[in-house]
Design a protein around this ligand. Structure first.
Ligand code: NAP
Length: 468
């Protein structure tokens, strides 16, 4: 309980209500519900879940019921009771005290809820708040989660939550979907997929200004939850008081995601690994930049369909031209042949320099090299890489979950080489560390992230990203 109280004090100004998960506490700490309730000093939900319902409690059912009863008597404003929980004494106490009942159903392995349970939840008395927590496992499940919102749209009070990374958007958009509240966790737990701290909810996602009409933007990719783009875009919306929010959407199936994006009317999204090429097939109009790079990192929804852009070209080039004299660059190594590599080659193509591609998969290197009329080599051609003045690392090797890897293991940099790694998290990859240790000038992907993101902001909203 002391840990809980510390957490509560740290977040008191950011939250409206706290849930006491009694099943996480040692039994001996549950004896004084009055004392706990009093010290909480904030609206509170009492929850005491058994293992079979997704909680932690394995003990005596009589004790659980008695403790729930104690919580109601102690004045908890809400008590979370599983759907099907039947205990007349608790029900009577709830009526007597005016406690609100959250009637909950959980599915920890998908979004399906039986027809019978839905029917039962829909016919709960108005004094009870149906809560459905489901765990979407893939892009395919997203529409199932949206379907739950429409099924319950006429219930004035309800709580519908998508757990995990795929359900993350539902925590941010709870007001848009008409949920009574959204759940957040202390900073430690917020590292788990889909969990978020109260501070991040407010500072990164502007939760305090999200309305039912909020326009939804985001970023798709896999992995994507680490992305810093939400910080950038949401800070811009806040600065301009725009009713908009930008959310990371992990995607494992772009076709399914597009169905979801249509249903939710997502107004625009950034595209990252590994979908920059694949997303082109969904576009109704493409800007020249997409054709030039054969990759798209920005999708904007217009009245006549989706429009695609590539802001990586400029985003990549500006930090480079600012730092080095480009006429000294005669030979360039591009490591990788994915979506980002296309934008990089496009940006460098105007220079008086030879550009070579080095990639793991020969076929992809061949296609890209043919498009630009340049040569390609296997990734292991270290002698060729050594001859280059500029090395641009465009693979995702070095980024989570490959942060302890380099795409060129054992490669020895020459100190005259300039090394640009597009990855921005971590800010210094193993690749850049090794280059810096050899005395090379290095550039990471952070500035590129900001520049390409600010250009996207303009495409999404029609206004320039705020100064400073
Ligand atoms: P992508 O289209 O999926 O391409 C990934 C590339 O990485 C492919 O060439 C792939 O080689 C290579 N690769 C993946 N795993 C590998 C491994 N284990 N060993 C060797 N090569 C491997 O991704 P992308 O959209 O181009 O993005 C690539 C990176 O650039 C990401 O880290 C992204 O964050 C970064 N980026 C940063 C910014 C920025 O603003 N700073 C902007 C754009 C991109 P194969 O062809 O063999 O599969």
């Amino acid at each position: 309980m002391e840990e809980n109280f510390t957490l509560l004090e740290q977040n008191r100004d950011l939250i409206d209500i706290a849930e006491l998960r009694m099943d996480y506490l040692p039994v001996k700490e549950l004896r004084d519900m009055n004392g706990i309730r009093k010290r909480m000093g904030i609206a509170a939900i009492a929850t005491f879940r058994k293992v079979c319902d997704g909680g932690r409690f394995r003990g005596d059912e009589g004790f659980r019921r008695k403790t729930l009863l104690d919580a109601v008597q102690a004045g908890f404003e809400y008590v979370d009771l599983e759907y099907g929980f039947d205990f007349p004494e608790v029900e009577a106490a709830v009526l007597n005290k005016g406690t609100a009942v959250i009637r909950s159903i959980h599915n920890f392995s998908g979004v399906e809820v039986s027809k019978g349970s839905i029917k039962g939840m829909l016919s709960l008395p108005d004094s009870e708040i149906p809560k459905i927590a489901v765990y979407p496992q893939s892009s395919k499940d997203l529409l199932g989660l949206l379907q739950l919102y429409s099924t319950f749209k006429d219930r004035e009070k309800k709580i519908i939550v998508g757990m995990g990374a795929y359900g993350f958007f539902s925590r941010i958009l709870y007001r848009k979907f008409g949920s009574l509240l959204t759940y957040c966790s202390g900073a430690e737990a917020s590292g788990a997929p889909g969990h978020i701290s109260p501070e991040q909810l407010k500072d990164v996602y502007n939760l305090d200004i999200i309305t039912p009409d909020t326009a939804v933007y985001g970023i798709i990719g896999n992995p994507v939850m680490h992305s810093r783009s939400p910080h950038l875009h949401n800070a811009g919306y806040r600065k301009y008081s725009m009713d908009a929010v930008y959310i990371p959407f992990p995607v494992d199936d772009p076709d399914q995601f597009m169905r979801f994006a249509n249903t939710l009317s997502i107004k625009g999204f950034s595209v990252t690994v590994p979908y920059k090429k694949d997303v082109i097939r969904f576009l109704d109009n493409v800007d020249q930049s997409v054709i030039q790079a054969d990759a798209c990192n920005t999708v904007v929804r217009k009245d006549n369909g989706y429009e695609g852009w590539n802001t990586d070209i400029e985003g990549f080039f500006r930090p480079l031209e600012k730092r080095i004299s480009l006429q000294d660059i005669k030979r360039i190594a591009i490591i990788g042949a994915g979506g980002a590599a296309g934008a990089v080659i496009r940006a460098l193509k105007g220079l008086d320099a030879q550009i070579h591609i080095f990639n793991r998969t020969e076929e992809k290197a061949r296609i890209l090299s043919q498009k630009f009329g340049i040569r390609y080599f296997p990734l292991s051609s270290y002698e060729e890489i050594e001859r280059c003045d500029l090395i641009v690392q465009t693979t995702n090797v070095g980024m989570h979950p490959l942060e302890d890897k380099t795409p060129l293991p054992g490669y020895r940099f020459r100190k005259e080489q300039i090394v640009y790694d597009l990855i921005y998290t971590p800010e210094e990859t193993i690749f850049l560390k090794e280059a810096a240790a050899a005395g090379c000038r290095t550039i990471n992907g952070l500035e590129m992230l900001f520049i390409q993101g600010k250009l996207q902001f303009k495409l999404f909203t029609g206004v320039d990203y705020p100064e400073n």
